[in-house]
Design a protein around this ligand. Sequence first.
Ligand code: HEC
Ligand code: HEC
Length: 350
Amino acid sequence: MHRKRGIVICCFIGFIALTSSFTKDNPYFLINKKDVELKIPKGFPKLVYEFKNNKPTVAGFALGRKLFYDPILSKDSSISCGFCHQRFVAFAHIDHKLSHGINSLIGNRNVPAIQNMIWQSSFMWDGGVNHIEMQPLAPITNQLEMAETVENVIMKLKRNTEYTTLFHDAFKDTVINSQYLLKALTQFTGMMISDNSRYDKYLRNEDTLSKEETNGLKLFRSHCENCHKEPLFTDNSFRNNGLRMDTSLRDIGREKITGLITDKYKFKVPSLRNVELTYPYMHDGRIRTLKDVLDFYAKGDFETINLDESVKRNIGLTEKDKLDIIAFLKTLTDKTFTYDKRFADPTGTY
Ligand code: HEC
Ligand code: HEC
């Protein structure tokens, strides 16, 4: 009788040990169905990308996550998406002005956060990409980033037996192609939604804001809202907010894509969600702190070509105004998002 119970207990412990090491080594199994349910936050606008023909599934999302953190996508297997896009800072690259790619090459632009992408109609600082599924092609083929070709990535993936299984599970097909690669990555990045900051809770009446934060919100609405539109904190437009061109990078912004002089020096209005974490700021990371951002806007020493009229409203913000706006901006930090385990690196490298 006792011996029998002993065996049962042993078997039970063995089973637990086996399954826990199994799930630890196979994070693929840590995602469950609930994790890939798309919940549209109340008050958010209509989706731009509705996951039509690419509904997130457990296998698809887990594959996207594995790919996102796998340096196999780069030429010499040294750089993954997650190397540049760090989860704990809303997938920006902390403390780096410009991106760092293959062979320690320095790129031309600051790594933006990845959040609420499925509400975004264009990508990159100049809007050079206009579909979320096409976006990964840019870093994979950029010579200063991953410096790889899509054909070669597909070839490497086909040679890898783990990937052949994962792709099959995700798309129920025996082939691996660029379409599936892009769809899987999109299932992962598209699910990165930030909607649980103190600001969000305040809107839902689950939290309150201090006097300074409330005043900051009021000032924000009259000075910044015209471009950094709530609740996404961008209106998806391109504007010149007054930054002068950096004479070594010579980045003309949106004009590079459209060829229009009227787009010179215009850049995509970035979301300000998690802005406390995503420093340094601007397309070239030239501004280090939020205080410096506010000083820049308040000083009014702007580039005049195609300057957006609405930045002039910022000129003359008092020191107290600036501090209150910063206090408000910090309410946009969303730890639920930056600590969300679904988006963690399954290999534990990042
Ligand atoms: C070497 C660093 C680096 C790597 C690697 C990298 N990115 Fe990026 N990512 C950037 C930079 C820099 C930008 C902005 C580029 C620009 O505006 O020209 C960007 C932009 C983006 C954007 C658009 C964000 C927005 O708001 O417009 C997404 C989404 C994104 N990357 C996802 C990925 C994915 C997926 C991968 C892997 C396939 C990846 N990135 C690899 C640096 C990197
Ligand atoms: C004319 C539209 C406009 C107005 C008004 C405006 N901004 Fe911006 N903001 C932009 C654009 C465009 C950028 C990106 C510029 C670039 O990188 O070249 C930006 C960048 C920023 C950044 C850097 C974000 C990052 O991730 O790098 C912060 C912070 C910021 N703005 C805060 C504010 C605040 C606070 C106000 C109000 C006091 C404000 N902005 C008013 C358009 C605007």
